[in-house]
Design a binder for this molecule. Structure first.
Ligand code: 5AD
Ligand code: FES
Length: 414
């Protein structure tokens, strides 16, 4: 018998993990399935070995975690037990995604935003922000710089800015894809299905959209919907996957009103969505936002509120690695902001395998203030690269070459 109660027959013909015979509907909530891959896996298996009445679900050799187990790690304070968690996450990282640290050049192409997110300094009503939108030529110059430094990916990020038109993005994506070998990641907020399809068609490889919290009530409180109606980020993430994007999401850790139970459900949702990339960082209060008001009353009782601490950020990175072993997981700038000396390195030895150095021109970088005191705000692209490469070598790891696609995505598309 195996963990799902099925009988172990043999190894998966497709990814060499233990195969179990289970009903199609018996997909576990999280932690055990190949996500959408199991259809493909089953089909390939059936092609090779003949069709069976039951689908053969491939179960990766990871420890499925229950809600209570995740919760107890989130509340764990014993250092020796936590050392086990860090070790387990680091081993899992090494086994599934290897020792390379992939660098992604981040270009913050516009800080215009039409949304009213309660936590973000770029929210539309924040009049103290000087707004900018980079030109095609400025963006291409940054892309070229990233290519020269040796990055395999550029991430084009912005507020939710309708001034960035679908056609302008198509033009930009086509240019980058035809002139460089770079992978293109988009992080442009909630855009229409038609736009997302157009950009994919133009050659965009990946899309990042954090769902921020799986608690619907909290989400609606901190993320008012657009006049056009509610946008369901979780639905959008599923849609992005059907378009063939490599899909990334994540949450902020310690949002006011986020309970331990909420955060445990967020982590389970990473696995349920079968994410290819998972970015999580501590929530950092911005004084020009409603959530950043120090006199705002607490939403959940103190003992239930998740702290926006460095330790909690490491726990979430480690748990994300355990439930999604093949995902690319960055050690985030928000984490580096909390601990400028060693935050990035500690993230990398507790489950992360990606870092996103900033390529945005310095005059714009300071204006992209989603939270205050952001790390790397004053460094040039070259300085940031040199610093990060040094940090990666200092922990005995290597800078990855090439695009650094998510092994989770590669397996899904096989
Ligand atoms: N603190 C930490 N992270 C933030 N983000 C936005 N505002 C903040 C903040 N105040 C994160 C959100 C968003 C990503 C681009 O930045 O998770 O999805
Ligand atoms: Fe960017 Fe150090 S991490 S300058």
């Amino acid at each position: 018998m195996n963990i799902l109660g099925g009988s172990v027959r043999d190894l998966c013909a497709w990814c060499a993990h233990v195969l179990v015979k289970v009903e199609l509907r018996a997909r576990p909530a999280f932690g055990g399935s190949c996500g959408e891959n199991w259809h493909r896996g089953a089909n390939r298996y059936n092609r090779l070995f003949g069709a069976t009445n039951n689908y053969r679900l491939c179960v990766p050799a990871i420890i499925p975690m229950t809600h209570d187990e995740i919760l107890s790690w989130l509340r764990q304070s014993d250092e020796a037990r936590l050392a086990d968690l860090w070790r387990s996450a680091d081993d899992t990282r090494q086994k599934y995604v290897g020792g390379d640290v992939h660098l992604r050049g981040l270009i913050e192409i516009s800080n215009y935003c039409i949304r009213l997110c309660g936590y973000c300094g770029l929210r539309a009503p924040n009049q103290s922000v000087q707004r900018y939108r980079m030109t095609f030529e400025e963006i291409v110059a940054c892309v070229r710089q990233g290519e020269a430094i040796g990055y395999g990916t550029v991430v084009l990020q912005s507020g939710e800015d309708p001034g960035i038109t679908a056609d302008a993005m198509v033009h930009l994506i086509r240019f980058i894809k035809s002139e460089t070998p770079l992978a293109v990641t988009l992080s442009l907020g909630e855009r229409s299905e038609a736009e997302l399809a157009q950009w994919r068609e133009a050659g965009a490889d990946r899309y990042l959209l954090r769902f921020e919290t799986s608690n619907r009530q909290l989400y609606e409180r901190i993320h008012p919907s657009r006049p056009g109606g509610p946008a369901d980020r979780i639905e959008l993430l599923r849609h992005l996957k059907t378009l063939g994007y490599e899909v990334g999401s994540g949450v902020m850790i310690g949002i006011p009103g986020q309970s331990y139970g909420d955060l445990a459900r967020d982590i389970a949702l990473f696995a349920d969505l079968d994410l290819d990339m998972i970015g999580c960082g501590p929530y950092l209060a911005h004084p020009s936002t409603p959530l950043g008001d120090p006199n705002r009353p607490a939403i959940v009782p103190g003992e239930d509120q998740v702290p926006n601490s460095e330790l909690m950020a490491y726990k979430v990175i480690a748990l994300a690695r355990l439930v999604c072993p093949r995902a690319n997981i960055p050690s985030t700038t928000a984490l580096a902001t909390l601990n400028k000396q060693a935050g990035r390195e500690l993230g990398l030895v507790r489950g992360a395998n990606v870092v996103m150095p900033n390529l945005t021109p310095p005059q714009y970088r300071q204006l992209y203030e989603i939270y205050p005191d952001k790390a790397c705000i004053n460094e040039t692209a070259e300085a940031c690269h040199g610093c990060l490469a040094g940090r990666i070598h200092s922990i005995g790891r290597h800078v990855g070459s090439g695009r650094g696609d998510s092994p989770n995505y590669r397996r899904r598309e096989e």
